[in-house]
Ligand binder design. Structure first.
Ligand code: BDR
Ligand code: CA
Length: 316
């Protein structure tokens, strides 16, 4: 079986990404690495531990990543993140803290060790800033060629950003790390707003989770309703909430869910477009393309997979 590592700033859609992975028998979730973004690092790690417990998977190990971008002094959660994900990241729903702690091994070392152990069988799925994976590649550059793949949620190529007109949230937190990753030559698939704003969830689906009558179903429904409500304010034209992070997991499990453009990408690191994801002009004519950018998605098939897997997991 394919091995997955999820790298999360555990907010609402990150929690749904955990659920999707745990509901997918084709993959084994060998660990979660924590990052910052929707919440501070510590809160994200706490959420990941509590959620894996609640979903009946206390065997999933959680590792602490870096607390902020290497080019920043620290990190503060944006007001908009609190509005979309709640103060605690999981829609202000109260769930019991785990008895477990994060592992003592730092996330960056765990990522490198996992690549050494599983090689091409390992897919790494970052759904927050790209800080941890960039640090891992800097520390052990050979993992770039040894890893099976990276499926990242972040960026936008054919649509506007969600932080400003050209910048998406995950990339905005650490544009330098994302640029380093994009230019590193690592095999990466970008699952950005181009596709994740096409996969939407509504109260109709969360009602089905609530009707299961389980703790997991109630948690997922309450948490996601908070997120849908926020989307009603910030993006009323959509008619639902974006399933950003679960789509990245969906693509890691089954790449045929999306159509992609082979490209060499870069991130603007200077000027007013800092954080924009765009083709790298200097490698335009390079016959080798190191990234795949998702530009189309089979929406009905993904939503069907999403509901089957998560409802199945939340049933018991
Ligand atoms: C991304 O930003 C975060 O708020 C979400 O969890 C997702 O990973 C969407 O732009
Ligand atoms: Ca996220």
């Amino acid at each position: 079986t394919k091995k997955l590592i999820l790298d999360l700033d555990t907010g609402v859609d990150d929690a749904l990404a955990i659920s999707y992975a745990l509901g997918s028998p084709e993959v084994e979730l060998i660990g979660i690495t924590g990052t910052y973004g929707n919440v501070l690092l510590e809160q994200g790690v706490r959420n990941a531990l509590a959620i894996t417990d609640l979903l009946g998977h206390p065997e999933v190990r959680v590792y602490k990543g870096l607390p902020h971008a290497s080019t920043a002094d620290g990190f503060e959660v944006l007001e908009v993140s609190k509005f979309i994900h709640g103060n605690n990241g999981i829609g202000d729903v109260d769930i019991p803290d785990s008895d477990r702690d994060a592992e003592t091994e730092p996330a960056v070392d765990f990522i490198i060790d996992a690549v050494k152990t599983y090689g091409k069988d390992l897919v790494y799925v970052p759904t927050g800033p790209m800080t941890n994976i960039a640090a891992a590649i800097r520390k052990a550059p050979e993992i770039r060629d040894e890893i099976g793949g990276i499926v990242l949620m972040g960026g936008a190529l054919t649509v506007c950003g969600n932080v400003n007109c050209c910048v998406e949230a995950n990339i905005s937190q650490d544009p330098d790390a994302a640029d380093y990753l994009f230019r590193s030559g690592a095999p990466a698939t970008m699952v950005g707003l181009d596709v994740t704003l096409q996969t939407l969830l509504t109260y109709e689906e969360t009602r089905r989770w609530r009707e299961l009558g389980t703790k997991a179903g109630a948690f997922l429904a309450d948490m996601t309703d908070f997120y849908i409500k926020a989307y009603e304010t910030t993006s009323p034209h959509l008619g639902g909430c974006g399933l950003h992070d679960p789509l990245a997991v969906g693509v890691a499990v089954d790449p045929t869910l999306v159509t992609t453009l082979p490209m060499n990408m870069q991130v603007d690191v200077e000027g007013p477009t800092r954080g924009r994801t765009i083709g790298d002009n200097t490698r335009l004519n390079d016959p080798v393309k190191t990234m795949q950018v998702a530009v189309g998605v089979d929406v009905p098939r993904f939503l069907d997979e999403f509901m089957t897997r998560i409802t199945g997991l939340a049933e018991s």
